[in-house]
Write a protein that binds this ligand. Structure first.
Ligand SMILES: Cc1cc2nc3c(=O)[nH]c(=O)nc-3n(C[C@H](O)[C@H](O)[C@H](O)COP(=O)(O)OP(=O)(O)OC[C@H]3O[C@@H](n4cnc5c(N)ncnc54)[C@H](O)[C@@H]3O)c2cc1C
Length: 378
């Protein structure tokens, strides 16, 4: 019998494997990944520096131990180049593999914004352990860091690195931090507390050039101003890895499109995690991945079930000003309302029928997260 093949050793791939093993010790599983396959928690990448953790220190379980504990065949450092759906085979750097069912847990690629200048290709981004190792190494010789993007990942790195003593500049074309997750009065609450830590904010502009100097970079901004930095970190977003699926003729949109059974347009191929678009939504966060992983394990074990997502607030790791948000879809019709403002913000989003659709809590109000999630669910 051919195995279930899981592509990817991130949270999505490993959640499916672990959950499936809880239900079935015998079903053959092969996990193929182009990285080393070590198990780690990706969210720790953006708050590890101030905790003095290097990349090796973030590994929770070595790949070989995962394979032994969870009884699967591991093909690490193995790139999948193509999916041959007709023969249910994969073309990989380690040869051809046959599958019974295939799970795509391929993650997402950092978006690269094209820059001018002789250092344009020296921008770093951090989306896995190897990236983090590279960042750590470069930070040894750095004092000042420019971060492109004031979204979740940009703000988390800004807090972590400023807390560790670096001079951090955040450059973002929007008007305030976390603009894709929350309304202005809430996002602006982060400005003061992070500035106090040493973050300087540059909104309404972007980096257009990056040139080398004797000991760092000169950054020219679109508004004509310039900045010096020893290191530039891009945190402008992620793009689901859909190329393999697209080349195989699977249905894709922003992500690999799957239904509530996590099944793609091919009945033998499933997808979840950052690469997937589940019933029209890309949700690149830990909690949705864990729910999808549990549901998919049951489905692969033969159960007729679907994923159901509860209210899943996102906690932004900015201890200088903590944030919990239950985001609202961009096309949702309704309005944000301020319930309380002080050393933080408490805001809710209500639809046309005055039904609660989302919330944001920052600073002193963040402790009300569970209560607010209950209100949202009810
Ligand atoms: C810095 C940072 C901080 C974050 N903080 C939070 C947070 O606080 N809260 C939260 O909810 N979420 C957070 N997230 C998001 C969350 O971590 C991700 O949504 C999640 O880890 C994605 O898991 P994944 O398994 O889908 O993808 P990945 O972890 O990217 O795994 C993809 C896997 O696919 C493999 N792969 C890709 N292409 C191929 C190929 N062709 N052949 C073989 N293997 C391949 C890769 O090697 C990798 O093993 C954060 C993300 C980042 C980057």
């Amino acid at each position: 019998m051919n195995p279930i093949i899981v592509l990817g050793s991130g949270l999505a791939g490993y959640t499916v494997v672990r959950e499936l093993r809880k239900l079935n010790r015998d079903i053959p599983i092969t996990l193929v990944t182009r990285d080393g396959g070590d198990y780690y928690s990706k969210p720790t990448l953006s708050n590890a520096f101030a905790q003095h953790k290097d990349a090796a220190g973030l590994v929770l379980t070595r790949a070989a131990d995962m394979a032994q504990q969870q009884n699967f065949t591991l093909l690490a450092h193995t790139e999948v180049r193509a999916i041959n759906r007709e023969n249910k085979q994969l073309d990989t750097s380690a040869g051809t593999l046959s599958y019974d069912k295939l799970v795509l847990a391929l993650g997402a690629d950092p978006i690269r914004i094209p820059l001018q200048g002789d250092a344009a290709d020296e921008v770093l981004s951090v989306n896995d352990l190897d990236d983090y190792a590279k960042l750590r190494e470069k930070l040894n010789a750095a004092k000042s860091i420019a971060i492109m993007g004031g979204g979740l990942i940009g703000c988390e790195f800004a807090n972590d690195l400023a807390h560790a003593g670096f001079a951090v500049s955040v450059i973002d074309p929007g008007a305030y931090p976390l603009a894709s997750l929350m309304p202005e009065p809430a996002g602006k609450q982060l400005l003061g507390p992070l500035a106090k830590l040493g973050v300087s904010w540059h909104f309404g502009t972007s980096i257009s050039r990056m040139d080398k100097t004797a000991n760092g970079y000169t950054l020219t901004l679109a508004d004509g101003s310039s900045l010096q930095a020893d290191l530039v970190l891009s945190a402008v977003g992620l793009r689901p890895r859909i190329a393999l699926a697209q080349q195989a003729g699977l249905s894709v949109n922003r992500g690999i499109t799957v239904n509530a059974q996590l099944c793609s347009s091919d009945a033998h191929i499933y997808a979840l995690g950052d690469c997937a678009e589940i019933e029209g939504k890309v949700q690149p966060f830990v909690l949705p991945i864990m729910h999808a992983g549990r549901a998919l394990a049951r489905i692969l074990n033969g159960e007729d079930t679907s994923v159901i997502f509860p209210v899943m607030p996102v906690v932004v790791k900015t201890p200088a000003h903590p944030v919990a948000v239950s985001p609202v879809a961009r096309d949702e019709i309704g309005a944000w309302q301020e319930l309380a403002m002080g050393n933080g913000a408490k805001m809710v989003f209500a639809d046309a029928a005055n039904k609660l659709r989302g919330f944001v809590l920052t600073g002193e109000f963040v402790g009300e997260r569970n209560e607010m999630a209950k209100r949202l669910a009810g």
